[in-house]
Design a protein around this ligand. Structure first.
Ligand code: SF4
Length: 318
């Protein structure tokens, strides 16, 4: 269904927003507010494994994108209980999803992984799991574990696709291709009932308008439930920082990034929810550039206000 500003059929259901926030999706699904408890359990990814021929992704800090890396030494249940306290105060939620966030959370012995997932589900008020991973770390043998969880509890698998263009994946040193992204999404959909979330990074070289539109179209064609958008920002001690200091990479300013996000959203199906509009540099002392990515609400407010000014909605060009 095409949307027009005169017929914002979906936006009425989006808590007044011009895009479909995942909080609304969860509210529809669970009938109440849900918050994520991020934990750092995995300490590995294929790019960082000792002896790996791959190198770390050029943007990745040594914490593997963990939100609460300082708690990584606590055991799993301790982290859930400790972070639950923080999240409860911040979001006033009573029900939670445990978010296996750092590094790659499907890279271990099958029994170890299955035990971790099950253990997290034993905690009170935990409605389900969100498991972050890479598209090339979803072996067939893990699918029955996911299917078992997804038929009993809520399960979302978040795939770090980052781009559907091989030259960009090569630039990022991801070590996988666009085809791997597509195959992973398809496999999860064929063999499990998990929701599938896809991470995308805008602000890379060769981010043309036609590519942004093509990315939305690709997502629309795949069994994707939600997207999480990040701007490519520069952290200390990363290869991207070297490129930045050598003048070989210039991050998007907020204006440029906003244009890309809005173009993407306008072509995105209104049935696909949005987890995040922009990344946040949670460890401010490690951020090199751009400065706007250290302010949590500013990019969101800027993008939302630009959507209001230009009177556009997610999916109005879908
Ligand atoms: S971004 Fe993920 S896959 Fe890439 S090096 Fe960091 S932890 Fe590994």
């Amino acid at each position: 269904m095409a949307l027009t500003s005169k017929n914002p059929a979906y936006s009425d259901r989006w808590m007044g927003r011009r895009y479909y926030p995942i909080s609304q999706y969860f509210k529809n699904l669970f009938g109440e507010r849900i918050a994520k408890i991020a934990i750092s359990v995995s300490e590995a990814c294929p790019n960082r494994r000792i002896g790996s021929k791959l190198e770390p992704c050029i943007f990745c800090d040594e914490w593997g994108s963990a939100a609460y890396h300082r708690e990584a030494s606590r055991d799993l249940l301790d982290q859930i209980r400790f972070n639950k306290g923080l999240v409860t105060r911040r979001h006033k939620a009573k029900n939670f999803l445990v978010y296996f966030q750092s590094y790659t959370n499907t890279l271990d012995k099958l029994e170890t992984l299955a035990h971790r997932y099950q253990l997290a589900l034993t905690e009170p008020d935990i409605k389900g799991l969100v498991i972050g991973t890479r598209p090339d770390c979803l072996p067939d043998r893990l699918m029955p574990v996911f299917e078992d969880i997804s038929t009993r509890r809520y399960l979302m698998i978040e795939i770090g696709a980052q781009s559907f263009f091989d030259d960009q994946l090569f630039f990022l040193k991801r070590g996988h291709t666009s085809k791997t992204n597509i195959q992973a999404i398809q496999k999860l959909s064929d063999l499990t009932h998990a929701d599938i979330g896809v991470h995308l990074i805008f602000g890379q070289p060769n981010d043309t308008k036609s590519r942004i539109i093509e990315t939305a179209q690709r997502i629309n064609e795949l069994p994707v439930n939600n997207v999480k958008l990040h701007n490519l920002h520069v952290l200390k001690n990363t290869e991207l920082a070297n490129l930045y200091f050598d003048g070989e990479f210039i991050p998007d300013c907020l204006e440029e990034y906003t244009e890309k996000v809005i173009l993407f959203l306008r072509h995105l199906s209104p049935k696909i929810s949005v987890q995040r509009l922009a990344g946040l540099a949670s460890r401010w002392d490690e951020l090199v550039a751009p400065g706007w990515t250290r302010e949590k609400m500013r990019p969101i407010d800027f993008i939302e206000s630009r959507m209001r000014q230009t009177d556009c909605y997610q999916g109005d060009l879908f």
